[in-house]
Design a protein around this ligand. Structure first.
Ligand code: 5GP
Ligand code: MN
Length: 344
């Protein structure tokens, strides 16, 4: 911990901690379609702030997905309808690269009296807060929250450890991606010891409670697989008709793109999802040659160099054609090669 980098780092964390100490009333929020890191980081910060005697409420646009309902206090997370005239002194937005990612309505009605704090690990983060703690080198937003608590020297509670671990596990693809560093593994080990939970049970809770309807949807989606002639770009799509047929929603498409990415020889994998308004959500994954956060930003999206997404106001087939065309251009231009590598 003696390098200049670490001292600069420490200063950033310490000044945020000093600010948190000054206020009593907090609201937390995260991005729409929340994932393991989104829910894990906001619940762990909730436990930490509550431990410090603060009054904390969490507001999310979307409900907690059923596979995260094993996390302690998940049901204390409130919806947009509960905001009313409530004004927190401080609003902390976690794991969202733009304020709008918490949801259009929520971003307008949940307004802090004093300070907006942005804690995130997306390289494309817009630094929209009054205070921004953005660490693109962190595996997950949960890892940033872990470091924040460590700098405060407050013992991490059991509940908090479980939520932090879930965030780390999710964003590293169960410690498979290159964002899972030695440090990430050390933190995970510490959290397992503190939380006294069984990591295999956490894994099963998150990944092995798949409703059969989602597997039926998956079989529909896989039938749409297309690979470009050079074998480098693979795409699939999910339509509203498929959701109706299988009794699912776009939420069930989460994770499909990671399977497409596993095809041998693929550089870019994409999964397009037709939304109810006829627009298309595209999830992108890269094996390293193409920086897909740059690719997504051409369509007003963002994310990480190896995992990104965007929403395109086009029917799904046209959206796929546009993204595949652009991805091909990136493959033909080696200068767009990505440096770091990340999942969510
Ligand atoms: P996923 O494809 O799993 O939904 O998202 C992969 C990554 O891209 C995540 O880091 C997520 O935050 C980011 N991402 C997905 N969709 C969007 C989007 O519409 N806008 C931005 N800025 N980032 C996105
Ligand atoms: Mn994340």
């Amino acid at each position: 911990m003696s390098t200049l980098h670490n001292m600069v780092d420490m200063h950033k964390y310490r000044s945020l901690l000093a600010l948190l100490d000054r206020y009593d009333n907090f609201a937390l929020s995260t991005h729409i379609n929340p994932d393991g890191d989104a829910i894990g980081s906001e619940l762990s910060l909730y436990f930490f702030l509550t431990q410090l005697g603060k009054s904390v409420r969490i507001f999310n646009t979307d409900t907690v997905p059923t596979n995260y309902r094993f996390l302690p206090f998940w049901d204390s997370i409130e919806g947009v309808g509960s905001v009313g005239s409530y004004r927190p002194e401080v609003l902390v937005v976690l794991d969202a690269s733009t304020l709008e990612r918490i949801g259009k309505t929520l971003s307008k009605i949940l307004v802090p009296i004093h300070i907006l704090v942005n804690i995130d690990h997306h390289a494309t983060s817009e630094a929209f807060g009054d205070i921004n703690l953005i660490e693109p080198s962190a595996s997950s937003t949960s890892e940033i929250v872990y470091t924040l608590i460590k700098y405060h020297q407050t013992p991490i509670s059991k509940f908090c450890a479980l939520c932090l671990y879930t965030g780390l596990m999710f964003d590293t693809g169960c410690f498979r991606y290159s964002n899972a560093t030695a440090e990430t593994h050390r933190i995970a080990a510490e959290l397992i010891e503190i939380g006294e939970f069984a990591p295999d049970e956490v894994y099963r809770s998150v990944y092995e409670h798949i409703p059969v309807s989602k597997i039926r949807l998956l079989s529909e989606i896989l039938r749409t697989l297309k690979v470009t002639d050079n074998g480098k770009i693979a795409s699939v799509y999910a339509t509203q008709a498929m959701f109706q047929k299988t009794g699912t929603t776009p939420e069930a498409v989460e994770g499909v793109v990671n399977q497409i990415q596993a095809i041998a020889g693929i550089e870019v994998a994409l999964c397009a999802c037709e939304l109810r308004d006829g627009s298309t959500k595209v999830s992108l994954r890269s094996q390293g040659q193409v920086d897909v956060s740059e690719l997504a930003s051409e369509f007003e999206g963002g994310g990480h160099s190896r995992a990104s997404g965007c929403r395109i106001v086009m029917p799904y087939l046209s959206a796929i054609t546009a993204v595949v065309h652009t991805a091909q251009r990136y493959i033909d231009q080696p200068s767009t090669r990505c440096g770091d590598s990340f999942k969510d």
